[in-house]
Design a protein around this ligand. Sequence first.
Ligand code: SF4
Length: 320
Amino acid sequence: MTNALLEVRGLVKHFAVTRGLAGKKLFVRAVDGIDFAIRAGETLGLVGESGCGKTTAGRLVLRLIEPTAGEVLFEGESLGRLDRRALLARRRSFQIIFQDPFASLNPRMTVAEIVGRPMEIHGIARRAERDDRVAELLEAVGLRRDQLGRYPHEFSGGQRQRIGIARAIATRPRLIVADEPTSALDVSVQAQILNLLRDLQARFGLTYLFISHNIGVIRHISDRVAVMYLGKIVELAAKRALFEQPAHPYTQALLAAVPKTDPRRREAGPVLEGDVPSPVSPPPGCRFHTRCPRAMAVCRNEEPAFRPLADGRQVACHLY
Ligand code: SF4
């Protein structure tokens, strides 16, 4: 993709686990060869059921964990080729917002320390000017200057996520991986946080990789959407195309499971039955064939390639 801020090529992460008394070594194939790119200023939603590998993918993108194979390019530069020092300097440009705003904030640090710490690490603000910069960030996320000296437990869940967001934008990053940032929040607060993320995107020119299991949240925030199943991306499309005409049977099933508010659109869709197979031994051929209502003989043996269709979307399915 031209003008890609981030490009992911053939990314793989297998975690070794030992099972049983004999200590047999097995591999969890959390991410098993994914490719995508994100343009500067856009939001790519990454959606799938729990355990599909989307959180691992987010951590690989930021090189918080090392890949088993594959490459992540940020502004054309391979992160895997950077030494520790160069990676630390690069980290200023990409940050993460975590799911649980309480667990991700140190309870013994004040808001000024939590939000100011990344600025100190990257030499953006000295201690004397730090509080002023933090106060500006707090106001940007809808908190108040006089809350600088408070501790995380003095805030509500939504306010704590605002602190997490202020910390993420403190280094003026270009890319933010938002990993289920609204999942731990009350429904009434979720929309406020999503709207805040959108406002900050416009104000600071941010690019998001937005990870969620919630298809409604993904629809609200994304420009394009990548659907993940058992360590693979099965469909990647512009939001409108994906929601109006989902191509992959798994995407169709995910959307059919969402309650429709418009009674005219209550058409029956395929129902997703059965559990997600184990990522230790994913089914051969198409990984979705054990649950796919349209599976054919070829699906059991041959893995479908992830290829572009005429309308620009990419799909991994033998139907196309
Ligand atoms: Fe279903 Fe076959 Fe397509 Fe897989 S490749 S999604 S099993 S039709």
